[in-house]
Design a binder for this molecule. Structure first.
Ligand SMILES: Cc1cc2nc3c(=O)[nH]c(=O)nc-3n(C[C@H](O)[C@H](O)[C@H](O)COP(=O)(O)OP(=O)(O)OC[C@H]3O[C@@H](n4cnc5c(N)ncnc54)[C@H](O)[C@@H]3O)c2cc1C
Length: 471
């Protein structure tokens, strides 16, 4: 938002207790909490308030996911007695409504920040050294007792790929004014799959090209295999163990060349092959702020970088790239430096979701990690058709897996694929964080008829590791 009224009033900016660089999830929370503790706080943002989550991440993505599921509801309705005339989906109308919602959220964030006493600089900021920051918009130099870097991450833009300039990133997708008919997505991480899935559900033909044999590297193996099968059923064409070799402009679209020489004609190529910490031109060297091997700002458990008085939270720091972690760390930083309350630990259990359709929810140890770490492990698996899909005739099954400590029965992990898996994993995350055991699930009365009741009715282990059969 290029609002002249957000331009700095140069005369009122001199010295602050805290300068936060980046108004995304982590920066906004840190600035607000610091100001609420009485710290004079300046928040510098070079783009839009809200950052990746609000403007080009979680929020627009989830709104598009909702849209992508509505067509399925129409189709499923036939088995429940509904009939429809023509259905029509209008990408432009959807994107217009999404844009309005993002603007509303951006304004709401800004209002909340200003009410808390945070000053906002609509400007890029760079470090000049210990306790000093330069605002690019007006060249002003600010001094600060503490500086928090919360500049997030950006899509990897590998310019060595021939034709990279014809490719889109996730950022661009949220700016598209028309929906491409044929799309190639490079990558098999959660962002690649969410975009691929929402586009296929909205009617695009989608090909996903990935280097590995299965999607979602690092997730539980069963989740990887099951979700790939479900998404294939949904219409995504997977080309595995291949990479993108180049993209050329051809009449009527783009031609994507794969590493085996095959060509795929599409209207758009999305590259979603990872995200890099946003540190370019930030002045890290000048300020002696060290980075790790991934280029992320190295911080300790107090979010302190290698330079005294300079801290980092969120995607730019050596953290997992998820909004709740950026928020929690931003809050914890401000609380620790300006408040008095206890600080939550940096990592701990991280429940997360992949908003494909079907959804995936995961928390805790994968089966393989649990066996490596604990040796004795029991695994409970349920695969079943949902009640709704019986009448709708929709193919696909839900997959629920519980990973349990073979000795004390502690729940070590839970991995779900199915409708509302994200909602379910949030609640299971509470139970697992509280130290729940499998016996606690067994003792919980089922809510019937639900999908989640399967979680409390899994009786016999599907697999056991490091335990005698009699155990
Ligand atoms: C497509 C997509 C979907 C996602 N979906 C989810 C999801 O479903 N759930 C989830 O938990 N997470 C999701 N994420 C990740 C989540 O958005 C990020 O982890 C989170 O936004 C990180 O917050 P942050 O504060 O670290 O950085 P950001 O939110 O990226 O904010 C950084 C801000 O700093 C600004 N900035 C950068 N450099 C400067 C500078 N020098 N001066 C001034 N300003 C600067 C940027 O413009 C930006 O506004 C998604 C990400 C993407 C890309």
């Amino acid at each position: 938002m290029s609002t002249p009224e957000r331009k700095l009033n140069a005369s009122c900016i001199k010295s602050y207790d805290l300068v936060v660089i980046g108004a995304g999830s982590g920066g906004v929370r840190a600035a607000r909490i610091a100001a609420s503790h009485g710290a004079t706080t300046l928040l510098a943002e070079e783009s839009r308030i809200g950052g990746t989550c609000v403007i080009r991440g979680c929020v627009p993505k989830k709104l598009l996911v909702y849209a992508s599921r509505m067509g399925m509801e129409f189709e499923d309705g036939r088995g429940f007695g509904w009939s429809f005339q023509e259905r029509e989906f209008n990408w432009g109308a959807l994107m217009g409504n999404v844009a309005n919602e993002l603007t509303r959220l951006e304004r709401a964030y800004e209002t909340t920040l200003r009410s808390a006493g945070v000053q906002i600089a609509n400007s890029r900021a760079e470090l000049l050294g210990a306790g000093r920051v330069k605002l690019s918009a007006n060249g002003q130099i600010i001094s600060a007792k503490h500086i928090l870097i919360a500049t997030g991450a950006r899509p990897v833009a590998d310019e060595s790929l021939p034709g990279w300039e014809f490719c889109a990133t996730s950022d661009d997708v949220f700016e598209w004014t028309t929906q491409p008919r044929r799309v190639l997505v490079q990558g098999a991480g959660y962002i690649a799959l969410e975009l691929a899935c929402l586009l296929v559900r909205l009617g695009s033909e989608v090909t996903v090209v990935c280097r590995s044999s299965h999607i979602l590297r690092g997730f539980d193996e069963d989740l990887r295999v099951c979700l790939q099968a479900e998404l294939s059923t949904a219409g995504i064409q997977f080309v595995t163990q291949q990479t993108l070799a180049g993209v050329t402009h051809v009449t009527g679209g783009l031609s994507a060349e794969l590493s085996d020489g095959h060509r795929v004609e599409v209207d758009a190529v999305i590259r979603a092959v990872g995200r890099r910490p946003n540190v370019q031109g930030l002045g890290l060297e000048v300020a002696s702020v060290g980075t790790d091997e991934r280029g992320a700002i190295a911080v300790d458990e107090m979010f302190q970088s290698t330079a005294p008085g300079i801290y980092a939270v969120g995607d730019v720091a050596n953290s997992i790239h998820l909004t709740p972690l950026a928020i929690r760390d931003g809050h914890a930083f401000a609380q620790a430096v300006f408040g008095a309350g206890p600080r939550p630990s940096r990592l701990g259990l991280v429940p997360s979701a992949v908003f494909t359709t079907p959804e995936l929810g995961t928390v805790g140890f994968s089966e393989a990690e649990a066996v490596r770490q604990f040796g004795t492990v029991e695994v409970f698996i349920a695969r079943f058709r949902s009640m709704k899909s019986v009448l709708s005739g929709r193919a696909g099954k839900c997959f629920f897996k519980l990973v349990v400590h073979g000795g004390d029965g502690r729940l070590l992990g839970a991995h779900l694929i199915g409708p509302e898996a994200a909602e379910m994993i949030q609640l299971l995350g509470i139970a697992i964080t509280a130290g729940a055991r499998k016996a606690d699930l067994d003792a919980t009365l089922a809510v019937h008829p639900t999908l989640a009741e399967e979680l409390v009715t899994m009786r016999s282990p599907t697999r056991r590791y490091g335990m005698s059969e009699a155990a």
